[in-house]
Design a protein around this ligand. Structure first.
Ligand code: NAP
Length: 475
Protein backbone atom coordinates (compact mmCIF):
# COMPACT_ATOMS: atom_id res chain seq x y z
CA UNK A 1 0.00 0.00 0.00
CA UNK A 2 1.46 3.40 -0.87
CA UNK A 3 1.20 6.26 1.58
CA UNK A 4 -0.70 9.40 0.51
CA UNK A 5 0.98 12.79 0.12
CA UNK A 6 -0.47 14.37 3.21
CA UNK A 7 -1.15 11.42 5.50
CA UNK A 8 1.77 9.13 6.05
CA UNK A 9 1.95 5.84 7.87
CA UNK A 10 4.97 4.27 9.47
CA UNK A 11 6.92 1.51 7.78
CA UNK A 12 7.44 -1.54 9.99
CA UNK A 13 8.27 -4.99 8.62
CA UNK A 14 7.22 -4.00 5.11
CA UNK A 15 3.75 -2.83 6.23
CA UNK A 16 2.50 0.76 6.30
CA UNK A 17 1.20 1.01 9.83
CA UNK A 18 -1.29 3.33 11.57
CA UNK A 19 -1.21 3.71 15.34
CA UNK A 20 -4.38 5.70 15.97
CA UNK A 21 -2.37 8.75 16.98
CA UNK A 22 -1.07 11.36 14.56
CA UNK A 23 1.65 14.01 14.54
CA UNK A 24 1.15 17.17 12.53
CA UNK A 25 4.00 18.44 10.38
CA UNK A 26 3.74 22.20 9.90
CA UNK A 27 5.51 24.54 7.49
CA UNK A 28 7.96 26.69 9.46
CA UNK A 29 7.11 29.53 7.05
CA UNK A 30 3.32 29.60 6.94
CA UNK A 31 2.36 27.34 9.83
CA UNK A 32 0.15 25.38 7.41
CA UNK A 33 -0.10 21.64 7.90
CA UNK A 34 2.28 19.98 5.42
CA UNK A 35 1.31 16.47 6.46
CA UNK A 36 0.15 14.14 9.19
CA UNK A 37 2.24 11.19 10.29
CA UNK A 38 1.28 8.18 12.38
CA UNK A 39 2.92 8.47 15.76
CA UNK A 40 5.08 5.62 17.01
CA UNK A 41 6.18 4.80 20.54
CA UNK A 42 8.20 2.15 22.35
CA UNK A 43 5.93 -0.69 21.20
CA UNK A 44 6.40 0.17 17.51
CA UNK A 45 10.13 0.59 18.09
CA UNK A 46 10.37 -2.94 19.48
CA UNK A 47 8.27 -4.28 16.57
CA UNK A 48 10.64 -2.53 14.14
CA UNK A 49 13.66 -4.17 15.76
CA UNK A 50 11.91 -7.57 15.60
CA UNK A 51 11.28 -6.97 11.88
CA UNK A 52 14.90 -5.94 11.29
CA UNK A 53 16.15 -9.06 13.08
CA UNK A 54 13.90 -11.25 10.95
CA UNK A 55 15.12 -9.53 7.76
CA UNK A 56 18.78 -10.02 8.62
CA UNK A 57 18.23 -13.73 9.20
CA UNK A 58 17.88 -13.97 5.41
CA UNK A 59 20.80 -11.88 4.09
CA UNK A 60 20.45 -9.99 0.83
CA UNK A 61 23.31 -10.58 -1.64
CA UNK A 62 25.41 -7.56 -2.56
CA UNK A 63 24.16 -7.40 -6.17
CA UNK A 64 20.56 -7.24 -4.94
CA UNK A 65 21.38 -4.52 -2.40
CA UNK A 66 23.17 -2.52 -5.10
CA UNK A 67 20.26 -2.97 -7.51
CA UNK A 68 17.75 -1.67 -4.93
CA UNK A 69 19.95 1.34 -4.17
CA UNK A 70 20.29 2.15 -7.89
CA UNK A 71 16.51 1.81 -8.40
CA UNK A 72 16.03 4.24 -5.52
CA UNK A 73 18.20 6.77 -7.40
CA UNK A 74 15.82 6.48 -10.36
CA UNK A 75 12.87 6.94 -8.02
CA UNK A 76 14.31 10.15 -6.60
CA UNK A 77 15.08 11.37 -10.13
CA UNK A 78 11.52 10.67 -11.24
CA UNK A 79 10.02 12.60 -8.31
CA UNK A 80 12.84 15.13 -7.93
CA UNK A 81 10.82 18.36 -8.01
CA UNK A 82 7.98 16.98 -5.90
CA UNK A 83 10.54 15.84 -3.29
CA UNK A 84 12.23 19.25 -3.34
CA UNK A 85 8.86 20.95 -2.80
CA UNK A 86 8.22 18.63 0.13
CA UNK A 87 11.59 19.55 1.71
CA UNK A 88 10.68 23.22 1.26
CA UNK A 89 7.28 22.63 2.87
CA UNK A 90 8.37 20.67 5.92
CA UNK A 91 11.78 22.27 6.63
CA UNK A 92 11.24 25.77 5.22
CA UNK A 93 14.31 25.27 3.04
CA UNK A 94 14.29 27.55 -0.02
CA UNK A 95 13.37 25.61 -3.12
CA UNK A 96 16.71 26.12 -4.89
CA UNK A 97 18.57 24.61 -1.90
CA UNK A 98 15.95 21.86 -1.60
CA UNK A 99 16.55 20.90 -5.26
CA UNK A 100 20.27 20.65 -4.59
CA UNK A 101 19.52 18.43 -1.61
CA UNK A 102 17.36 16.11 -3.72
CA UNK A 103 20.14 15.81 -6.31
CA UNK A 104 22.71 15.16 -3.59
CA UNK A 105 20.60 12.32 -2.20
CA UNK A 106 20.83 10.67 -5.65
CA UNK A 107 24.59 10.98 -5.44
CA UNK A 108 24.63 9.48 -1.93
CA UNK A 109 22.62 6.46 -3.09
CA UNK A 110 24.77 6.05 -6.19
CA UNK A 111 27.99 5.95 -4.14
CA UNK A 112 26.39 3.55 -1.65
CA UNK A 113 25.48 1.19 -4.50
CA UNK A 114 29.11 1.23 -5.65
CA UNK A 115 30.23 0.34 -2.12
CA UNK A 116 27.78 -2.56 -1.94
CA UNK A 117 29.36 -4.07 -5.03
CA UNK A 118 32.95 -3.70 -3.91
CA UNK A 119 32.71 -4.72 -0.29
CA UNK A 120 35.75 -6.98 0.11
CA UNK A 121 38.44 -7.95 2.57
CA UNK A 122 42.22 -8.28 2.38
CA UNK A 123 44.79 -11.01 2.05
CA UNK A 124 47.07 -10.99 5.09
CA UNK A 125 50.80 -11.51 4.32
CA UNK A 126 51.13 -14.35 6.83
CA UNK A 127 54.75 -15.30 6.24
CA UNK A 128 55.78 -11.75 7.13
CA UNK A 129 56.00 -13.10 10.69
CA UNK A 130 57.60 -16.36 11.69
CA UNK A 131 54.41 -17.41 13.46
CA UNK A 132 52.48 -17.11 10.20
CA UNK A 133 54.72 -19.33 8.06
CA UNK A 134 52.79 -22.10 6.39
CA UNK A 135 49.46 -20.34 6.81
CA UNK A 136 47.11 -18.44 4.50
CA UNK A 137 44.84 -15.76 5.95
CA UNK A 138 42.27 -13.44 4.51
CA UNK A 139 39.52 -11.21 5.82
CA UNK A 140 36.00 -10.47 4.80
CA UNK A 141 33.58 -7.84 6.03
CA UNK A 142 30.38 -8.82 7.81
CA UNK A 143 27.46 -6.46 8.51
CA UNK A 144 27.68 -5.16 12.08
CA UNK A 145 24.00 -5.99 12.73
CA UNK A 146 20.86 -3.92 13.14
CA UNK A 147 21.51 -0.18 12.83
CA UNK A 148 19.48 2.41 14.74
CA UNK A 149 19.60 5.68 12.78
CA UNK A 150 18.56 9.09 14.13
CA UNK A 151 18.54 12.12 11.83
CA UNK A 152 18.10 15.91 12.22
CA UNK A 153 15.61 18.33 10.68
CA UNK A 154 17.96 20.36 8.52
CA UNK A 155 18.66 17.92 5.66
CA UNK A 156 15.55 15.76 5.94
CA UNK A 157 16.32 13.82 2.75
CA UNK A 158 20.07 13.68 2.20
CA UNK A 159 21.07 13.07 5.80
CA UNK A 160 18.52 10.28 5.95
CA UNK A 161 20.10 8.98 2.74
CA UNK A 162 23.51 9.08 4.45
CA UNK A 163 22.08 6.95 7.25
CA UNK A 164 20.16 4.30 5.34
CA UNK A 165 21.92 3.85 1.98
CA UNK A 166 25.37 2.90 3.42
CA UNK A 167 23.75 0.68 6.07
CA UNK A 168 21.87 -1.22 3.39
CA UNK A 169 25.01 -1.36 1.24
CA UNK A 170 26.78 -2.92 4.23
CA UNK A 171 24.02 -5.53 4.56
CA UNK A 172 22.48 -4.08 7.74
CA UNK A 173 18.78 -3.65 8.43
CA UNK A 174 17.83 -0.21 9.69
CA UNK A 175 15.41 1.24 12.22
CA UNK A 176 15.23 4.95 11.38
CA UNK A 177 13.91 7.76 13.55
CA UNK A 178 13.85 10.99 11.52
CA UNK A 179 13.37 14.40 13.15
CA UNK A 180 9.76 14.89 14.27
CA UNK A 181 9.62 18.30 12.56
CA UNK A 182 10.63 16.88 9.14
CA UNK A 183 9.64 13.22 8.78
CA UNK A 184 7.95 13.42 5.35
CA UNK A 185 11.09 13.19 3.21
CA UNK A 186 12.29 10.15 5.16
CA UNK A 187 8.96 8.42 4.58
CA UNK A 188 9.16 9.25 0.87
CA UNK A 189 12.60 7.63 0.71
CA UNK A 190 11.19 4.59 2.49
CA UNK A 191 8.39 4.46 -0.07
CA UNK A 192 10.92 4.60 -2.92
CA UNK A 193 13.05 1.83 -1.42
CA UNK A 194 9.93 -0.26 -0.87
CA UNK A 195 9.01 0.26 -4.56
CA UNK A 196 12.58 -0.56 -5.55
CA UNK A 197 12.09 -4.04 -4.13
CA UNK A 198 13.56 -3.80 -0.63
CA UNK A 199 12.16 -6.84 1.20
CA UNK A 200 10.22 -6.38 4.47
CA UNK A 201 12.10 -5.41 7.60
CA UNK A 202 15.28 -4.05 5.99
CA UNK A 203 14.10 -0.49 6.51
CA UNK A 204 11.71 0.53 9.26
CA UNK A 205 10.73 4.14 9.88
CA UNK A 206 9.34 5.41 13.18
CA UNK A 207 8.21 8.94 13.91
CA UNK A 208 7.45 9.90 17.49
CA UNK A 209 8.81 10.98 20.85
CA UNK A 210 12.59 11.02 20.59
CA UNK A 211 13.47 9.85 24.05
CA UNK A 212 10.96 6.98 24.03
CA UNK A 213 12.14 5.62 20.67
CA UNK A 214 15.78 6.51 21.42
CA UNK A 215 15.62 4.60 24.72
CA UNK A 216 14.46 1.42 22.96
CA UNK A 217 17.30 1.73 20.41
CA UNK A 218 19.80 2.26 23.22
CA UNK A 219 18.53 -0.52 25.45
CA UNK A 220 17.84 -3.31 22.93
CA UNK A 221 20.97 -5.45 22.62
CA UNK A 222 20.03 -6.52 19.10
CA UNK A 223 20.77 -2.98 17.86
CA UNK A 224 24.52 -3.11 17.33
CA UNK A 225 25.17 0.40 16.06
CA UNK A 226 23.50 3.77 16.47
CA UNK A 227 24.27 6.38 13.84
CA UNK A 228 23.22 9.83 15.00
CA UNK A 229 23.31 13.26 13.37
CA UNK A 230 22.16 16.18 15.46
CA UNK A 231 23.18 18.35 18.36
CA UNK A 232 26.25 17.60 20.45
CA UNK A 233 24.54 17.29 23.81
CA UNK A 234 22.07 14.66 22.64
CA UNK A 235 24.67 12.79 20.59
CA UNK A 236 27.26 12.46 23.34
CA UNK A 237 24.50 11.56 25.81
CA UNK A 238 23.48 8.65 23.58
CA UNK A 239 27.08 7.48 23.36
CA UNK A 240 27.43 7.45 27.14
CA UNK A 241 24.26 5.43 27.55
CA UNK A 242 25.01 2.93 24.78
CA UNK A 243 28.50 1.97 25.89
CA UNK A 244 28.32 -1.58 24.44
CA UNK A 245 27.28 -0.40 20.97
CA UNK A 246 29.12 1.37 18.22
CA UNK A 247 27.77 4.94 18.35
CA UNK A 248 28.62 7.10 15.36
CA UNK A 249 28.18 10.83 15.92
CA UNK A 250 27.88 13.68 13.40
CA UNK A 251 27.32 16.83 15.45
CA UNK A 252 27.46 20.61 15.39
CA UNK A 253 30.09 23.25 14.64
CA UNK A 254 30.77 26.98 14.96
CA UNK A 255 32.31 27.17 11.52
CA UNK A 256 35.27 29.52 11.05
CA UNK A 257 36.78 30.87 7.84
CA UNK A 258 40.03 32.80 7.53
CA UNK A 259 40.35 35.47 4.82
CA UNK A 260 44.08 36.05 4.44
CA UNK A 261 45.43 39.36 3.12
CA UNK A 262 46.53 37.88 -0.23
CA UNK A 263 43.16 36.23 -0.98
CA UNK A 264 40.92 37.04 -3.94
CA UNK A 265 38.54 39.18 -1.89
CA UNK A 266 35.75 39.22 -4.47
CA UNK A 267 35.70 35.43 -4.54
CA UNK A 268 35.92 35.16 -0.76
CA UNK A 269 33.12 37.71 -0.17
CA UNK A 270 30.78 36.05 -2.68
CA UNK A 271 31.36 32.50 -1.44
CA UNK A 272 31.18 33.38 2.24
CA UNK A 273 27.98 35.44 1.85
CA UNK A 274 26.26 32.66 -0.09
CA UNK A 275 27.28 30.01 2.43
CA UNK A 276 26.66 31.85 5.67
CA UNK A 277 22.98 32.49 5.04
CA UNK A 278 21.79 29.70 2.80
CA UNK A 279 18.92 27.85 4.53
CA UNK A 280 19.05 30.67 7.12
CA UNK A 281 22.36 29.36 8.44
CA UNK A 282 20.87 26.02 9.50
CA UNK A 283 23.60 23.82 8.17
CA UNK A 284 26.09 22.25 10.55
CA UNK A 285 28.87 23.85 8.47
CA UNK A 286 27.25 27.19 7.77
CA UNK A 287 29.91 29.92 7.97
CA UNK A 288 29.61 31.56 11.40
CA UNK A 289 32.97 33.16 12.31
CA UNK A 290 34.92 35.16 9.70
CA UNK A 291 38.50 36.20 10.53
CA UNK A 292 39.93 38.77 8.10
CA UNK A 293 43.55 39.92 8.07
CA UNK A 294 43.56 43.45 9.41
CA UNK A 295 45.00 45.26 6.40
CA UNK A 296 42.28 43.99 4.03
CA UNK A 297 39.38 44.12 6.51
CA UNK A 298 37.78 47.30 5.14
CA UNK A 299 38.15 46.11 1.55
CA UNK A 300 36.56 42.77 2.45
CA UNK A 301 33.65 44.39 4.29
CA UNK A 302 33.00 46.70 1.32
CA UNK A 303 32.65 43.65 -0.89
CA UNK A 304 30.85 41.41 1.62
CA UNK A 305 28.01 43.61 2.90
CA UNK A 306 26.39 44.31 -0.50
CA UNK A 307 26.35 40.55 -1.17
CA UNK A 308 24.53 40.02 2.13
CA UNK A 309 22.10 42.84 1.44
CA UNK A 310 21.15 41.44 -1.96
CA UNK A 311 20.00 38.09 -0.52
CA UNK A 312 16.26 37.62 -1.02
CA UNK A 313 14.25 36.82 2.11
CA UNK A 314 10.93 35.18 1.66
CA UNK A 315 8.72 32.19 1.04
CA UNK A 316 10.83 29.03 0.67
CA UNK A 317 8.47 27.81 -2.04
CA UNK A 318 9.51 30.70 -4.34
CA UNK A 319 12.36 30.05 -6.78
CA UNK A 320 14.09 33.38 -6.06
CA UNK A 321 14.20 33.03 -2.26
CA UNK A 322 17.68 32.73 -0.74
CA UNK A 323 16.82 32.92 2.95
CA UNK A 324 13.67 31.47 4.46
CA UNK A 325 12.54 30.90 8.05
CA UNK A 326 14.39 29.18 10.86
CA UNK A 327 12.77 25.98 12.00
CA UNK A 328 10.54 27.32 14.79
CA UNK A 329 9.70 30.21 17.13
CA UNK A 330 12.02 28.95 19.85
CA UNK A 331 14.98 28.97 17.46
CA UNK A 332 14.08 32.48 16.27
CA UNK A 333 13.79 33.85 19.82
CA UNK A 334 17.06 32.20 20.88
CA UNK A 335 18.96 33.62 17.90
CA UNK A 336 17.53 37.12 18.43
CA UNK A 337 18.52 37.00 22.10
CA UNK A 338 22.10 36.07 21.15
CA UNK A 339 22.23 39.07 18.77
CA UNK A 340 20.93 41.33 21.53
CA UNK A 341 23.49 39.92 23.98
CA UNK A 342 26.29 40.69 21.51
CA UNK A 343 25.03 44.23 20.84
CA UNK A 344 24.50 44.98 24.52
CA UNK A 345 28.02 43.78 25.27
CA UNK A 346 29.62 46.14 22.75
CA UNK A 347 29.50 44.33 19.39
CA UNK A 348 28.47 46.31 16.30
CA UNK A 349 25.66 45.18 13.99
CA UNK A 350 26.73 45.88 10.38
CA UNK A 351 23.70 44.33 8.70
CA UNK A 352 20.35 42.92 9.81
CA UNK A 353 20.00 42.34 13.52
CA UNK A 354 16.23 41.98 13.58
CA UNK A 355 13.41 40.30 11.68
CA UNK A 356 11.15 41.02 8.71
CA UNK A 357 7.86 39.60 9.95
CA UNK A 358 8.80 36.15 11.19
CA UNK A 359 11.96 35.95 9.06
CA UNK A 360 15.31 36.69 10.65
CA UNK A 361 17.37 39.15 8.64
CA UNK A 362 20.83 37.99 7.52
CA UNK A 363 22.90 39.53 10.29
CA UNK A 364 26.55 40.58 10.33
CA UNK A 365 28.12 41.29 13.72
CA UNK A 366 31.52 42.99 14.08
CA UNK A 367 33.85 43.11 17.06
CA UNK A 368 32.21 40.31 18.98
CA UNK A 369 34.44 38.89 21.68
CA UNK A 370 35.12 35.14 22.00
CA UNK A 371 33.02 34.84 25.17
CA UNK A 372 29.82 36.03 23.42
CA UNK A 373 27.40 33.25 22.45
CA UNK A 374 27.49 34.26 18.76
CA UNK A 375 31.21 33.33 18.77
CA UNK A 376 31.33 30.58 21.33
CA UNK A 377 28.24 28.48 20.56
CA UNK A 378 26.69 27.14 17.37
CA UNK A 379 24.24 29.85 16.23
CA UNK A 380 22.41 27.66 13.68
CA UNK A 381 20.83 30.79 12.24
CA UNK A 382 21.54 33.57 9.70
CA UNK A 383 24.25 35.28 11.74
CA UNK A 384 27.97 35.77 11.07
CA UNK A 385 30.64 37.38 13.16
CA UNK A 386 33.47 39.42 11.60
CA UNK A 387 36.81 39.90 13.34
CA UNK A 388 40.36 40.85 12.42
CA UNK A 389 43.76 39.25 12.98
CA UNK A 390 47.38 40.24 12.39
CA UNK A 391 49.23 36.98 11.75
CA UNK A 392 48.23 33.59 10.40
CA UNK A 393 49.14 31.99 13.73
CA UNK A 394 46.69 34.30 15.46
CA UNK A 395 43.96 33.47 12.92
CA UNK A 396 44.48 29.74 13.41
CA UNK A 397 44.36 30.13 17.20
CA UNK A 398 41.11 32.13 16.93
CA UNK A 399 39.55 29.57 14.57
CA UNK A 400 40.58 26.73 16.91
CA UNK A 401 39.16 28.54 19.94
CA UNK A 402 35.99 26.46 20.04
CA UNK A 403 34.85 23.15 21.46
CA UNK A 404 33.80 22.17 17.94
CA UNK A 405 35.85 20.75 15.07
CA UNK A 406 33.79 19.85 11.99
CA UNK A 407 35.00 21.98 9.07
CA UNK A 408 37.00 25.21 8.69
CA UNK A 409 38.22 27.17 5.67
CA UNK A 410 40.87 29.56 4.46
CA UNK A 411 40.99 31.91 1.48
CA UNK A 412 44.60 32.63 0.43
CA UNK A 413 46.81 32.74 -2.66
CA UNK A 414 49.78 31.43 -0.67
CA UNK A 415 50.18 27.67 -0.86
CA UNK A 416 52.32 27.63 2.28
CA UNK A 417 49.69 29.51 4.29
CA UNK A 418 47.02 27.13 2.96
CA UNK A 419 48.97 24.03 3.92
CA UNK A 420 49.92 25.42 7.32
CA UNK A 421 46.26 26.10 8.01
CA UNK A 422 45.27 22.65 6.75
CA UNK A 423 47.76 21.08 9.19
CA UNK A 424 46.99 23.31 12.18
CA UNK A 425 43.23 23.78 12.08
CA UNK A 426 41.74 21.20 14.45
CA UNK A 427 38.81 20.20 12.29
CA UNK A 428 37.71 17.09 10.38
CA UNK A 429 37.90 19.03 7.10
CA UNK A 430 39.62 22.18 5.82
CA UNK A 431 38.62 23.93 2.60
CA UNK A 432 41.01 26.19 0.68
CA UNK A 433 39.55 28.98 -1.47
CA UNK A 434 36.14 27.44 -0.90
CA UNK A 435 33.65 28.13 1.87
CA UNK A 436 33.86 25.51 4.64
CA UNK A 437 30.18 24.85 3.96
CA UNK A 438 31.25 22.81 0.95
CA UNK A 439 30.49 19.12 0.98
CA UNK A 440 30.36 16.55 -1.78
CA UNK A 441 28.75 13.33 -0.66
CA UNK A 442 31.58 10.90 -1.32
CA UNK A 443 33.97 12.89 0.90
CA UNK A 444 34.92 11.65 4.37
CA UNK A 445 32.84 14.09 6.39
CA UNK A 446 32.84 14.39 10.15
CA UNK A 447 34.33 16.11 13.13
CA UNK A 448 36.75 16.04 16.00
CA UNK A 449 36.35 17.42 19.54
CA UNK A 450 32.65 17.97 20.36
CA UNK A 451 31.67 17.68 16.68
CA UNK A 452 31.73 13.92 16.54
CA UNK A 453 33.70 10.72 16.29
CA UNK A 454 33.25 9.35 12.80
CA UNK A 455 33.36 10.09 9.09
CA UNK A 456 30.29 9.87 6.89
CA UNK A 457 30.31 9.35 3.12
CA UNK A 458 29.17 5.98 1.82
CA UNK A 459 32.63 4.35 1.67
CA UNK A 460 33.48 5.42 5.23
CA UNK A 461 30.06 4.61 6.66
CA UNK A 462 30.07 1.14 5.10
CA UNK A 463 33.44 0.56 6.72
CA UNK A 464 32.05 1.64 10.11
CA UNK A 465 28.96 -0.55 9.73
CA UNK A 466 30.85 -3.74 8.85
CA UNK A 467 33.19 -5.84 10.95
CA UNK A 468 36.27 -7.58 9.78
CA UNK A 469 36.49 -11.35 10.16
CA UNK A 470 39.82 -13.08 9.63
CA UNK A 471 40.11 -16.66 8.34
CA UNK A 472 43.35 -18.53 8.94
CA UNK A 473 44.11 -21.70 6.99
CA UNK A 474 46.94 -24.04 7.83
CA UNK A 475 48.47 -25.15 4.54
P1 NAP B 1 18.61 17.50 17.60
O1 NAP B 1 17.62 18.31 18.33
O2 NAP B 1 19.78 16.97 18.33
O3 NAP B 1 17.77 16.29 16.96
C1 NAP B 1 18.37 15.35 16.13
C2 NAP B 1 17.61 14.05 16.22
O4 NAP B 1 17.76 13.51 17.52
C3 NAP B 1 16.11 14.21 15.99
O5 NAP B 1 15.63 13.08 15.28
C4 NAP B 1 15.56 14.21 17.40
O6 NAP B 1 14.24 13.78 17.49
C5 NAP B 1 16.49 13.18 18.04
N1 NAP B 1 16.53 13.21 19.48
C6 NAP B 1 16.29 14.25 20.32
N2 NAP B 1 16.39 13.84 21.62
C7 NAP B 1 16.71 12.53 21.58
C8 NAP B 1 16.95 11.54 22.58
N3 NAP B 1 16.89 11.83 23.88
N4 NAP B 1 17.25 10.28 22.18
C9 NAP B 1 17.29 9.97 20.87
N5 NAP B 1 17.08 10.87 19.88
C10 NAP B 1 16.81 12.12 20.23
O7 NAP B 1 19.16 18.26 16.33
P2 NAP B 1 18.38 19.09 15.24
O8 NAP B 1 17.91 20.36 15.86
O9 NAP B 1 17.38 18.24 14.53
O10 NAP B 1 19.55 19.40 14.21
C11 NAP B 1 20.45 20.44 14.39
C12 NAP B 1 21.77 19.94 14.93
O11 NAP B 1 22.28 18.92 14.10
C13 NAP B 1 22.82 21.04 14.89
O12 NAP B 1 23.59 20.99 16.06
C14 NAP B 1 23.65 20.68 13.67
O13 NAP B 1 24.96 21.18 13.67
C15 NAP B 1 23.63 19.19 13.74
N6 NAP B 1 23.94 18.61 12.43
C16 NAP B 1 25.15 17.99 12.24
C17 NAP B 1 25.46 17.47 10.99
C18 NAP B 1 26.75 16.74 10.73
O14 NAP B 1 26.82 16.02 9.75
N7 NAP B 1 27.76 16.88 11.56
C19 NAP B 1 24.56 17.60 9.94
C20 NAP B 1 23.35 18.26 10.17
C21 NAP B 1 23.05 18.75 11.42
P3 NAP B 1 13.01 14.83 17.56
O15 NAP B 1 13.07 15.60 16.29
O16 NAP B 1 11.83 13.96 17.66
O17 NAP B 1 13.26 15.69 18.76
Amino acid sequence: MAATATERKLLIGGEWVETGEWLEVRSPYSGDVAGRVAKAGAEEARAAIDAAEKAMADPLPAHKRAEILVKTVSGIARRHDEIAAQIAAEAGKPLKAAKVEASRAMSTYTFAAVEARKLAGDVVPMDAAQAGEGKLAFTFREPIGIVGAISPFNFPLNLVAHKIAPALAAGCAVVLKPASQTPLSALTLAELEHEAGLPPGWLNVLVGPASEIGDVLVEDERVKAITFTGSSEIGWGLRERASRKKVLLELGNATPVIVHGDADLDEAAAKVAANAFSFAGQSCISVQRIYVQKWVYDEFVTRFLPKVEELVLGDPAEEETDVGPVIDDDARERILSWIVEARDSGAEILAGGGSDGDLLQPTVVANATPDMKVCREEVFGPVVVLNTYESLDEAIALANGTRYGLQAGIFTADIRAALRAAKSLEFGGVTVNEAPTFRSDQMPYGGVKDSGNTREGPAYSVHELTEQRVVVIDL
